[in-house]
Design a protein around this ligand. Structure first.
Ligand code: ZN
Length: 291
């Protein structure tokens, strides 16, 4: 199911599909946690459904049923748990597109996390993107346009999914999951609905836990122990500190912490960097402000 706030975007693509003007390679763009793969899945179902109902797959035809059973012969999916998608995966995916569709009139290759393609993999995909066989769609998702080769990018049609308004996420969490989340918390999860939801799983490390931990920084040795305890979540912590500074009264000290966290977020991306030291540095500043 796609998030309700993306219904208009899907409806627009549905109407183009109906008019046979849908681009053969839609590229769904947005950060992780936004719901890109759900959107791509819904578009795929729509393309394969035998009798879509006002922009939605019917859910009942043979095609829809096979998709639900994950055995649709004309739907192929390339994805990986690894850091990269290699050339072999792409070749296998392309091979499956050969020949005519078995069931629907269309065939779909779904490629999630396109930004993980190696250069060789992306080049292997190029020819198919350039000269697609009839009734073939390649739906790709990626975190950002610049994470893809320009040659790949220019052969796709970008569909950028916008961040939903925090208020919409708040309502959705309440209506669908009976979860109450403040707008401040939602912003701390970058207004990404899946991150907001994940924060409520049993083993989640949350913004609220982090903010609470800040309150005990004044006790001896706690800066170091907190830095060590949270180092695996360094990017979240630094981002949360920015959020925390935004909520604070405007002052030079908070501004200093904000700026430092922006700088440290960049440093934290370097491989081999000592993450607990980064946190130690900034948590000492936080301690000064709080004492
Ligand atoms: Zn259907």
């Amino acid at each position: 199911m796609i998030f309700p706030w993306y219904e208009p975007e899907l409806a627009q693509l549905a109407s183009r599909l109906e008019r046979q003007t849908l681009h053969h390679a839609p590229l769904i763009l947005g950060p992780n946690g936004l719901g890109k793969s759900e959107f791509a899945e819904a578009l795929c179902e729509l393309i394969l459904c035998h009798r879509p109902v006002v922009g939605h797959p019917c859910g009942e035809c043979q095609s829809c049923q096979l998709i639900q059973a994950q055995t649709h012969p004309d739907k192929h999916h390339i994805t990986t748990e690894n850091l990269s998608i290699g050339v072999d995966s792409i070749r296998q995916g392309i091979d499956k597109l050969q020949g005519s569709a078995q069931l629907s009139q269309n065939k779909v290759l779904l490629l999630t996390d396109g930004q993980r393609m190696t250069t060789a993999a992306a080049n292997a995909l190029l020819k198919t993107l350039e000269e697609p066989t009839n009734n073939t769609y390649i739906i790709m998702t990626a975190t950002s346009a610049h994470s893809l080769l320009p040659t790949v990018l220019s052969r796709c049609e970008k569909q950028v999914l916008a961040l939903p308004e925090p208020q919409k996420i708040q309502n959705w969490l309440r209506d669908e999951y009976r979860i109450d989340m403040s707008l401040e918390e939602i912003s701390a999860y970058r207004a990404l609905p899946k991150l907001c939801l994940a924060a409520h799983s049993d083993d989640a490390v949350t913004y609220a836990m982090f903010i609470e931990a800040l309150q005990s920084l004044n006790s001896p040795g706690s800066v170091l122990s907190m830095a060590q305890k949270w180092e695996a979540h360094v990017q979240d912590c630094l981002f949360w500190l920015q959020q925390w500074c935004r909520q604070a009264p405007s002052s030079k000290q908070y501004k200093g912490i904000y700026d430092l966290s922006v700088q440290l977020m960049r440093e934290a991306q370097h491989p081999g960097v000592n993450k607990s030291m980064l946190l130690y540095k900034i948590l000492n500043r936080v301690k000064e402000v709080l004492s």
